[in-house]
Design a protein around this ligand. Sequence first.
Ligand SMILES: [Zn+2]
Length: 81
Amino acid sequence: MEKENLKIIHEKNLRNYLEKVGVFGFVKKGKAKCEFCNEMVTLENIYALFPYLRQVKFVCEKPTCIRQFSIYIRGKHYASK
Ligand SMILES: [Zn+2]
């Protein structure tokens, strides 16, 4: 995963993408947590994932988390494709 590129994944590609970056099992087992509200992120409520210090961070689809995520993106000058 390239550090500079933010990946916002559309639902139809989500499973493939999670497998590609090696976190599908992690999410499926309920081990992924939202970076902002700290609640469990599942295949049903995942909004986005993004790379941070070689880790993959997750964002759930709560409006408050999406909002914080967009602020975070701006702060970090990530580019969205
Ligand atoms: Zn959240």
